[in-house]
Design a protein around this ligand. Structure first.
Ligand SMILES: [Zn+2]
Ligand SMILES: [Zn+2]
Length: 439
């Protein structure tokens, strides 16, 4: 393949503004349709479930730190109805021990307490009560969200729903795949019934090593997952028996496209923050930048559906272009002074060998883990240094995605030696005249 240097040259004006394109199932986005980038976190926890701060304090943090939208996704609950929290429970979680910070920010009149059985309790505000304090057209938006928290046997299976209109209870099922599919189907069903776009995404597949690449390939309802989750316990890098989350992405996309005839998955980055009083599992780890016409809930979710977004743990991009006519994939980094950037274009060729072997335990029995595949799956097709990275498709690629890694240390790392990164969604390209039905 031919890789151009770090200059934006020779690109036709007819470039389609697209973060990703799945030919035949996605419409293209014209240059005039979507012109703004909005930053948001779609996975967070508050006192409504197992987080340790009030949702309005958490929202305030995101407003103050340059975000445009937020979904506080508590476990199996919406921020509706009446909920009181004992103060000692908040203290045990390492939260505001005497509500000092909370009162200082919102005033004594905002904070409601009562005494029950000799214990002081504080009432948690509903989303509808506090959203008007923060929402401003074009500047900040709150999405109603839930982390549908389910499991199969000992495997945790968590699915986030953003822009939800009604509570969804965990759906259960007879296998990891069935639990995933049932919960994603419940989200799809609510979207169809309410006429609203609702984003369902599979959370932290390596948490408890619950979800394998084969599971992610087989569940056709899945279209989005977390390629990066800032919780330090989610095994982002895998271990000796389990692939990293990024490799999981490549294996599942390869299997999806070649065996299941499904589009590749798109990856999100999220915080999954629970803790707002010390460093561990605090916010500011990972987010998405979404290119949309307006900062409105349905617009943001529709843009994500189109794949017009990228995941970030710090690297900011100025532009992502995929020229579907010429097969030119171009990433322009919003480079910081004194920071260097390396972009890897990663993909699988159509000719790849899909043979695999199970991972065995000490008794030579297969364990619940992604099988071992050829290193030709998700291989680095090209590496580009500098603020502009271009990849010219040869037509041999099943898909190509990009990951940009900065020379800068992540300020709030969730694993050792973590650098700031951006993950760009996979693109699929066929030469002119090539049948659109094949893979
Ligand atoms: Zn979770
Ligand atoms: Zn979570």
């Amino acid at each position: 393949m031919v890789i151009a240097g770090s200059r934006r040259q020779g690109l036709p004006h007819t470039c389609v503004l697209l973060a990703a394109l799945w030919i035949g199932t996605q419409s293209t986005v014209g240059e005039d349709a979507a012109t703004h980038w909005y930053r948001g976190n779609l996975h967070t926890h508050s006192l409504w479930s197992d987080g340790n701060d009030f949702p309005e304090m958490i929202t305030d943090w995101y407003v103050q730190n340059g975000y445009h939208f937020l979904g506080i996704s508590d476990h199996n609950i919406l921020q509706r109805g009446e909920k009181w929290m004992p103060l000692d429970a908040i203290q045990r979680r390492g939260g505001d021990p005497d509500l000092t910070r909370y009162r200082a920010r919102f005033g004594d009149a905002w904070v409601e307490t009562r005494e029950r059985d000799g214990k002081v309790e504080v009432r948690l505000k509903r989303l509808e009560e506090y959203r008007t304090l923060f929402e401003k057209p074009g500047q900040f938006l709150l999405l109603e969200a839930e982390e549908i928290t389910d499991s199969f046997q000992r495997y945790p299976i968590h699915v986030n729903a953003n822009n939800l209109q009604e509570y969804i209870r965990p759906q259960g099922g007879g296998s990891v795949r069935e639990v995933m599919a049932n919960n994603l189907r419940a989200i799809l069903e609510q979207g169809r019934r309410t006429g609203r776009p609702i984003l369902g995404h599979v959370n932290h597949p390596n948490y408890g090593f619950a979800i394998t690449a084969e599971d992610m390939a087989a569940v056709h309802e899945e279209r989005f997952f977390e390629v990066y989750n800032g919780h330090p316990s989610v095994r982002h890098q895998g271990d000796a028996q389990h692939p990293s989350v990024e490799r999981l992405w490549d294996i599942s996309n390869t299997l999806r496209m070649l065996e299941h005839k499904q589009p590749p998955l798109y990856g999100l980055a999220t915080d999954d923050s629970h803790n707002y009083f010390s460093r561990f599992n605090s916010p500011g780890c990972g987010w998405v930048w979404v290119r949309a016409a307006r900062l409105e809930a349905d617009e943001i979710i529709q843009a994500i559906f189109r794949g017009d977004f990228y995941a970030s743990s710090g690297v900011k991009l100025a532009d992502i272009r995929f020229d579907e006519k010429e097969g030119i994939f171009q990433i322009t980094i919003d480079a910081e002074e004194g920071v260097t950037y390396q972009t890897e274009f990663i993909g699988t060729l159509k000719s790849v060998d899909l043979s695999s072997e199970p991972v065995l335990d000490e008794n030579q029995q297969p364990i619940h883990a992604t099988r071992k595949y050829s290193s030709e799956i998700g291989k680095v097709l090209a590496t580009v240094q500098g603020p502009v990275a271009i990849y010219r498709m040869t037509g041999e690629e099943l898909y190509v995605r990009a990951v940009v890694t900065s020379s800068k240390e992540h300020p709030n790392p969730s694993f050792t030696n973590q650098k700031e990164q951006a993950w760009v969604q996979p693109v699929v390209w066929r030469k002119a005249g090539e049948a659109a039905s094949g893979n």
